[in-house]
Design a protein around this ligand. Structure first.
Ligand code: PLP
Length: 414
């Protein structure tokens, strides 16, 4: 096993990690997550545990909660936070189960347009892919067909038709900022709760470079592993009147003993994200993504919605005679790691979609800036243009590897 871990460490050094939901955690986060905290059972909340021996775990979890509220500028009198959900999908399910009744209607962004499975996704043929769509009744809003950006009048029209109990924003491949004020207005018009899932942009919101949902949302969920640069985990924020139901929904509703080591890792990541350097990092993530989209569109690539406001973007490959699946595979041969992705109004299938999704959090964590983005755009162009030529793929692969190795990997090389 240790040998395989070393191989994975080397892969993370040698390749360009451009999957926008991935990042590199710091050595301190790695230390916390690999610590003896995992030896302890701590069912319950700080200072209200079912087992003895939790004095230190209590201090840790309560410090993480305090940091979480401080990091997002929230008053603990008004807001509470749960840091125990194992990941973003469980966090979302915990929210629905706490605040809705089975069968209640959810309204969320369509998966093909950038939404997430855990927002109640079922296939157009009715197959209930996510259990959230089995327990609750899903309905979806879409991006505007022409601009590929959310049109809040359209969202409102859909909400008035569907009359959901909860409206969810956020997604896994929506490259634009969300107007949380408008989403809340729509929710208020139909008497729905508004859940802002900022899984992807949590770090950008914390740094103040993407819009905050907190003044508008009833509930905010987020994963901690993406732009926040923490471990695999999640946080659920809600007003004090709902926090007890949320806590009970996570434990005992869905989970047993919390992952204390992960919670400590989230605390370390929050501490790092409150340092002034993190704002510089978050700004650079966006500058890098914008540079890439500009370079790639100059090279003839179609960028969904014409660009990005954050850390991720989508390429629509239909003018390139290559599918998203094939593109992701040939880029991997050249040591550039991206994922295949549906594009809005996807004409093909989720398994062989027309797009790829790219992001800059991990590259930026390695210290790459605009100059490096221009080089990467040029390699992507060469690979997509000449993907049938294995010599080209091997040559670019070697160049990319030599290049990547010049940039230290946080947590491994510092
Ligand atoms: C918007 C959104 N919500 C929730 C999740 C789920 O997170 P996890 O993979 O931790 O379950 C994701 C993951 O990408 C996401 O993009």
């Amino acid at each position: 096993m240790l040998g395989l871990i070393q191989q994975e460490q080397q892969r993370q050094r040698e390749q360009l990690q451009m999957i926008p939901s991935e990042n590199y955690v710091s050595k301190d986060v790695l230390t916390a997550v690999g610590s003896v905290l995992m030896n302890k059972y701590s069912e319950g909340q700080p200072y209200k545990r079912y087992y003895q021996g939790n004095a230190i775990i209590d201090e840790i979890e309560s410090l993480v909660k305090t940091r979480a509220l401080e990091a997002f500028g929230l008053n603990p009198k008004d807001w509470g936070v749960n840091v125990q959900a194992m990941n973003g999908s469980i966090a979302n399910l915990a929210v629905y189960l706490a605040l809705l009744k089975p069968g209640d209607k959810l309204l969320s962004l369509k998966l093909y347009d950038g939404g997430h499975l855990s927002h109640g996704w079922q296939l157009p043929n009715g197959k209930k892919v996510s259990h959230t769509s089995l327990i609750f009744t899903p309905s979806y809003y879409s991006v505007d067909q022409k601009t590929q950006v959310l049109n809040y009048d359209q969202v409102k029209r859909t909400a008035l038709q569907e009359r959901p109990k909860m409206i969810i924003s956020g997604g896994t491949s929506y490259p634009r900022e969300i107007d949380h004020q408008k989403m809340r207005q729509v929710a208020d018009e139909v008497g729905a709760l508004y859940l802002a899932d900022i899984a992807h942009e949590a770090g950008l919101v914390l740094a103040g470079v993407n819009k905050t949902p907190f003044p508008h949302a009833h509930i905010v969920t987020m994963t901690t592993r993406k732009t926040l640069r923490g471990p695999i985990g999640a946080m659920i924020f809600t007003h004090q009147e709902n926090i007890r139901s949320i806590n009970q929904s996570v434990f005992p509703g869905l989970q047993g003993g919390p992952q204390n080591h992960t919670i400590a890792g989230i605390g370390v990541a929050l501490h790092e994200a409150m340092e002034p350097d993190f704002t510089i990092y978050a700004k650079q993530i966006i500058t890098n993504a914008k540079t890439l989209t500009k370079e790639l569109s100059n090279l003839g690539f179609t960028i969904v919605s014409g660009g990005t406001d954050k850390h991720l973007f989508l390429i629509d490959l239909r003018n390139k005679q290559i599918s998203g699946k094939k593109a992701a595979l040939v880029l991997e041969k050249a040591n550039i790691i991206v994922n295949k992705n549906a594009i809005p109004s996807e004409p093909s299938s989720l398994w062989d979609p027309s797009g790829i999704r790219l992001g800059t959090p991990a590259l930026t964590s390695r210290g790459m800036k605009e100059t490096e983005m221009k080089k990467i755009a040029s390699w992507i162009n060469t690979v997509i243009d000449k993907y049938e030529n294995t010599d080209v793929l091997t040559k670019v692969g070697q160049e990319v590897k030599d290049f990547a190795l010049q940039f230290p990997v946080p947590g491994l090389d510092d």
